[in-house]
Design a protein around this ligand. Structure first.
Ligand code: KG4
Ligand code: ZN
Length: 345
């Protein structure tokens, strides 16, 4: 059995975890920076990096203590090396390098997206490659064919906003604060999804990609009681009465789901054999989205796999797990490996 220490610091969660090759999370700690960034309505990179620098070292110590371990008990150290906010990524990677050097342990530089992409295999020992993965987070919206460790085929991506970004920006328009995704989902459950005629960008399109910028702008127009230039609306008409925020939220969420399902169905039709439909990333915490994907998987007679909520949003267990998958295949990285703000799979 191998034990890997994972470190995550690419956005606004500082996290450390100890995970075994037998899929046990021995210990994990996460400190969210939501409170730090809330006054600014979004993540401020400089402030995030400083908060990571303050929190990470004591957090790693505490995580080891939680498991009753020292670095000597660990087989390798895995840290997110990108993509993400470069200051935060550097804090995590430099810390991992220092620990690897001091304790003479191998270093594994993990792609954050690979962490999300492989996390379902930490939760489910039965999940075999290849699987179709919908990766939906604050920074990414992609459909990937996952064929193995480091073997990804990107079938679709967003041409503008990520889905989590669209949730967050729409939530901001509705005055729901930051981060908006979970709050928007709560409000949506009280609204009528048929009330506001919002667009479904690229739905039915011959190309495989996503687009959410137009949907987000339409939310702003609905909130401001402006005309909505979409099917079902008379061009230039002014919406007669203001929509409730709950109706806007519900209609937004339904439009997003319709786009997501349409694009994922297209990918499933064209992809050939896969063992499962899998969702990962922060937006996978959304219950309505999970439900719609589960029905879609049933259409194709596929199992639907969604990791537990705590593994969907940013965490270090998924980074440790990606490290284990790489380490078990004999892979590690030199101590001079660079942090990468951009690092497509
Ligand atoms: O994966 P993640 O923690 O960080 C990134 O790598 O981006 O994803 C965070 C994103 C945010 O945009 C957040 O609003 C969204 O996931 N999110 C949700 C929900 N929970 C988190 N979006 C919709 N519904 C949710 N329940
Ligand atoms: Zn993430």
């Amino acid at each position: 059995m191998r034990i890997v220490l994972g470190i995550e610091s690419s956005c606004d969660e500082t996290a450390a975890a100890l995970v075994t090759s037998e899929r046990t999370i021995l210990a994990q700690r996460i400190a969210s920076q939501d409170e730090v960034h809330r006054p600014y309505g979004g993540v401020v990179p400089e402030i995030a990096a400083r908060a990571h620098a303050e929190r990470l070292a004591p957090m790693i110590e505490a995580t080891l203590a939680d498991a009753g371990m020292t670095l000597d008990d660990v087989d390798a150290i895995a840290a997110t090396a990108g993509p993400g906010l470069i200051g935060g990524v550097m804090v995590g990677l430099v810390t991992a390098k220092a620990l690897a050097m001091a304790a003479d342990k191998p270093l594994i530089a993990v792609n954050h997206l690979e962490g999300h992409a492989l996390s379902p295999r930490l939760a489910d020992a039965e999940l075999e490659y290849p699987y179709l993965l919908l990766l939906v987070s604050g920074g990414h919206c992609q459909i990937l064919l996952v064929e193995g460790v480091g073997e990804f085929r990107r079938l679709a991506t967003t041409i503008d906003d990520a889905l989590g970004e669209a949730f967050d920006k729409s939530a901001k328009v509705l005055g729901l604060g930051y981060p908006g995704g979970p709050a928007l989902e709560r409000l949506a459950s009280q609204g009528d999804a048929k009330k506001v005629p919002l667009p479904r960008p690229l739905m039915g399109s011959a190309e495989p990609h996503f687009s959410f910028a137009g949907l987000k702008s339409a939310v702003l127009r609905a909130k401001q009681n402006m005309p909505l230039p979409v099917q079902g609306c008379v061009a230039g008409s002014v919406i007669p009465s203001a929509y409730t925020d709950a109706d806007i939220a519900a209609s937004f969420q339904q439009a997003a789901i319709d786009c997501l399902i349409d694009r994922t169905r297209k990918a499933l039709k064209g992809v050939g054999h896969v063992n499962a439909l899998v969702v990962a990333g922060g937006v996978a915490a959304n219950t309505a989205i999970r439900g719609a994907l589960e029905s879609l998987a049933a259409e194709f007679d596929l199992p639907f796999i969604a990791p537990p909520l705590a593994l969907c949003t940013d965490n270090a267990a998924m980074i440790a797990w990606a490290g284990i998958e790489r380490f078990e295949r004999g892979q590690s990285d030199p101590l001079d490996v660079s942090a990468r703000p951009r690092w497509p799979l």
